[in-house]
Design a protein around this ligand. Structure first.
Ligand code: HEM
Length: 498
């Protein structure tokens, strides 16, 4: 009863606020980008369904590449062309390099002390520099090469066994475990199995964090409603925060107690070393360490392997592209041995397959939300301070004005083209671009190349259950990463002559 009373009070206050804003504020005088008409209070929230990247792409076809929308209390600008993306991520990058309030990160990541949702400012700058120099440098990435070789080798071994049994495998589950194991080994120095976490298990808890983090949350759009927690999300964020905190405390204690001399320092070792040395030039205590550990775990666990999963799915649907890639690998590696990381540099067709996969199935279809730090004018349109900027890379990748025949998987479109995916060519920015661009790009690309090359080189693949490869279900599930809605079930055949 009490909460209904509060709900009506909150809604009434919100209605008065929007009325006054429309009446007195700049909206009357300034020219805003075009966009769909909003409803009172909720604005355009009702236009977002289960796959917001697709809904926003459809709306942009009608309203244009720079679109104004309102999600509850929050003004939003949806960017859907390479030219417009360049304005936000390069020309005016500094204005748009902050992140909005994100309730899930607020609770789970120690009041947004993580890197990915930290607001623009000295803390974010220092922490990003530290992560790039200490945790994601080429030197550090190379130091984990033996671990990656071993983990990918273990996967190949289990698939080889399935091949000799003629059994179907759930490739989505298998490479998702590979991603989790590699991330844990890099960050914590050991694999964590379900039993090590909480009653629900490691993968389930991380999965819940990813799902909740991507759930549209009224608390992000209506600060007043956030207090009431009508969706029950705040309570779940707080529960999750406790589980993660206990887990990270345990890991940090284990690291502090272990006196052994490690050859390869994991991320926890490095972060704790910096914290204890007192050398960091910014506030840096256990909360910061824990927030960044979770960040790196979430950012690295599913991203690269999801790209591999989509690549294999597309190659299954285009067997001649699969054969072409196998031929390229055969020429470089031969059929007598598996692929080494050093083999995958400079493989032209492999890179074309990866670009085409990330164009069609960007891992983060809306990047992460950016926020404007001041009023700004872009293409003669007024962008208010504290607007949420959503770059729809999915819409750009599927736009026929940018890519001929956009729905078809054609790696050859990148032949003799200079378009790269590292953030300089705005028609293809799966890692974002500019100040907030992905700091894990080098590691991400390396993982996708290595794992994809290994799977394609070692095995021939057929869809399981006698499904014709052209009938493979390619539907998507939106989340912090855009994954396949249905797991990829396949039958492998080992093709090396070992
Ligand atoms: C295929 C693999 C990957 C893809 C496609 C990818 C993509 C992205 C994208 C789109 C963003 C947001 C950019 C923006 O908002 O403008 C991002 C941010 C980030 N990524 Fe990645 N990522 C990948 C792998 C990784 C890995 C392996 C790590 C680290 C181990 C990582 C760490 C991060 C971090 C910390 C941020 C936040 C940066 C900031 O806000 O300053 N990513 N990534």
């Amino acid at each position: 009863m009490m909460s209904i009373h509060w709900l009506w009070t909150a809604l009434a206050l919100a209605a008065v606020w929007f009325f006054l804003q429309d009446l007195f504020l700049m909206k009357k005088r300034k020219r805003f980008p075009p966009g769909p008409k909003g409803l009172p209070i909720i604005g355009n929230l009702h236009l977002l369904g289960k796959n917001p990247h697709q809904d926003l792409a459809k709306l942009a076809k009608k309203h244009g590449p720079l679109m104004y929308m309102r999600f509850g209390y929050v003004p939003a600008i949806i960017v859907s062309s390479p030219e417009a993306a360049e304005k936000f991520l390069k020309t005016y990058d500094q204005v748009f390099a902050s992140r909005p309030y994100h309730e899930s990160s607020w609770y789970v990541s120690y009041e947004q002390r993580n890197l990915s949702f930290a607001q623009y400012g000295p803390y974010w700058r220092n922490m990003r520099k530290l992560c790039i120099l200490q945790l994601l440098s080429s030197h550090k990435i190379n130091s984990f090469l033996p671990m990656r070789r071993e983990e990918v080798g273990t996967l190949v071994k289990s698939l080889k066994q399935a091949a000799s049994d003629g059994a179907a495998v759930d490739l989505s589950a298998a490479i998702s475990s590979l991603g989790a194991n590699m991330s844990c080994l890099m960050i914590f120095g050991k694999k964590y199995m379900d039993k090590d976490f909480d009653d629900r298990g490691f993968r389930d808890v991380i999965g819940e964090a990813l799902r909740l983090g991507a759930t549209p949350n009224l608390g992000d759009y209506f600060p007043l409603l956030g207090v009431l927690d009508l969706q029950g999300l705040t309570r779940r964020f707080k529960d999750l925060a406790k589980v993660f905190d206990n887990f990270f405390e345990k890991i940090i204690d284990e690291h502090l107690q272990s006196q052994e001399h490690k050859q390869t320092k994991d991320v926890v070792d490095i972060m704790m070393g910096i914290m204890q040395s007192g050398e960091a030039e910014f506030e840096f205590d256990r909360r910061h360490v824990k927030a960044v550990l979770l960040d790196l775990l979430v950012a690295s666990m599913d991203t690269s392997v999801t790209a591999v999963e989509w690549a294999i799915s597309e190659l299954l649907r285009r067997p001649e592209a699969m054969r072409k890639l196998q031929k390229e690998l055969e020429d470089k590696v031969g059929l007598e041995r598996t692929v080494e990381e050093s083999d995958v540099e400079g493989l032209e067709y492999l890179d074309m397959v990866i670009k085409e996969t990330m164009r069609l199935h960007p891992v983060a279809p809306l990047l992460l939300p950016h926020e404007s730090m001041e009023d700004c004018t872009v293409d003669d349109f007024h962008i208010q301070k504290k607007s949420r900027i959503i770059i729809n890379v999915y819409a750009i990748g599927h736009d026929p004005n940018v890519w001929p025949d956009p729905e078809t998987f054609i790696p050859e479109r990148f032949k003799d083209s200079n378009i790269d995916l590292r953030g300089q060519d705005f028609q293809l920015i799966p890692f974002g671009s500019g100040r907030r661009g992905c700091p894990g790009l080098q590691l991400g690309i390396l993982l996708v190349r290595f794992v994809l090359a290994q799977l394609v080189h070692c095995f021939n693949w057929e869809p399981a259950d006698n499904i014709k490869s052209t009938d493979l279900d390619m539907s998507e599930t939106f989340g912090l990463v855009l994954s396949r809605a249905k797991h990829l079930k396949v039958v492998p055949t080992y093709r090396l002559q070992e």
